[in-house]
Design a protein around this ligand. Structure first.
Ligand code: NAD
Length: 290
């Protein structure tokens, strides 16, 4: 297939490269010249205009920073510019309402489109091991699936348009909450005189066990190797966790869902990011609790 890929940043760069590795011809566009240089080295054909990149393709994939940018890119450069019948895939993390609005515009323009946000960070994007949670019609999902499978290890249909974003923000809301809970437990255990490794050995096989503890332990030297072992560098930036918690709060307000713990988690990450930690791994919030 010929696929246009728009948004070649930390995530999109590796994803576009994996489409090339799978044998697709990739037309790449980004506002950044550096990103375009890397895409060219990875075998993409680069363009200086998004609409031109979308001409005569079978599919368009986007991986962009936020909903406003996604909406403007689709309205200005994809819908009506990509050939009728192309399938459109937005893999960015954006708000549910904008995802549904953009898919509505695409469908009115005669396209099949899915929202397909990802779980997994830069390493998973580079390694082709992302998990995609996909919203859209059955037809759109079946058309998007083989493309997504070139970039991920799991592709799950979450329901109609916008449900991929709904799954993503509910998942990341839970992640933000249990990371803070895990950090609180380790910080308090230490103050109570409990060795962190001993607490891990007990809690990781007891009822307090969770992913933030056993797969992403925020304490250096305890559990598997994580960003905590690299001075909280790499991994999932606190600024992105804050972005996802803000999206979760917006969605909660829109449907009147009470989320008191998420509200507190957002406030804590706002303080953490506001103190200059936007690039620090999100598990680094343990430093503020010690
Ligand atoms: P990034 O900032 O590294 O990349 C975004 C890219 O989009 C940049 O290269 C930028 O130049 C480009 N861009 C911005 N506006 C554009 C436009 N109008 N036209 C073309 N290109 C444009 O961000 P990222 O880390 O790659 O994240 C991308 C998306 O993936 C975000 O929605 C993010 O929330 C989500 N996400 C990121 C991670 C992660 O660990 N980084 C994990 C899961 C999901």
């Amino acid at each position: 297939m010929k696929i246009a890929f728009i948004g070649l940043g930390n995530m999109g760069g590796g994803m576009a490269a994996n489409l090339v590795k799978a044998g697709h011809a990739v037309n790449a566009f980004d506002l950044s010249d550096t990103a375009l240089d890397v895409a060219r080295e990875n075998g993409c054909t680069t363009f200086t205009d998004a609409a031109a990149a979308c001409e005569s393709v079978d599919a368009v994939v986007t991986m962009l920073p936020n909903g406003a940018i996604v909406k403007s890119v689709y309205a200005d450069s994809v819908i009506g510019k990509a050939p009728a019948g192309a399938v459109l895939l937005d893999c960015s993390t954006i708000d549910v309402a904008t995802a549904r609005e953009v898919i509505g515009l695409a469908e009115a323009g005669g396209y099949d489109m899915v929202d397909a946000p990802v779980s997994g960070g830069i390493a998973a994007a580079n390694g082709g091991t992302l998990t995609f949670m996909v919203g859209g019609s059955d037809t759109a999902f079946e058309r998007a699936r083989p493309i997504l499978e070139c970039m991920g290890k799991a592709v799950i249909h979450a329901g109609p348009a916008g449900n991929g974003q709904a799954a993503k923000i509910c998942n990341n809301m839970l992640l933000g909450i249990h990371m803070i809970g895990t950090c609180e437990a380790f910080a308090m255990a230490e103050k109570l005189g409990l060795d962190p490794q001993t607490f891990y050995d007990i809690s990781s096989v007891s009822s307090g066990q969770c992913w933030s503890m056993t797969s992403y332990c925020p304490v250096p030297g305890v559990g598997p190797t994580t960003p905590a072992d690299n001075d909280y560098k790499g991994g999932f930036a606190a600024g992105l966790m804050l972005k996802d918690l803000r999206l979760a709060m917006e969605a909660a307000e829109a449907v009147d869902a009470p989320v008191p713990l998420a509200a507190r988690a957002r406030a804590l990450y706002e303080d953490f990011v506001g103190a200059g930690n936007a690039e620090v791994d999100f598990s680094g919030i343990i430093r503020t609790l010690k």
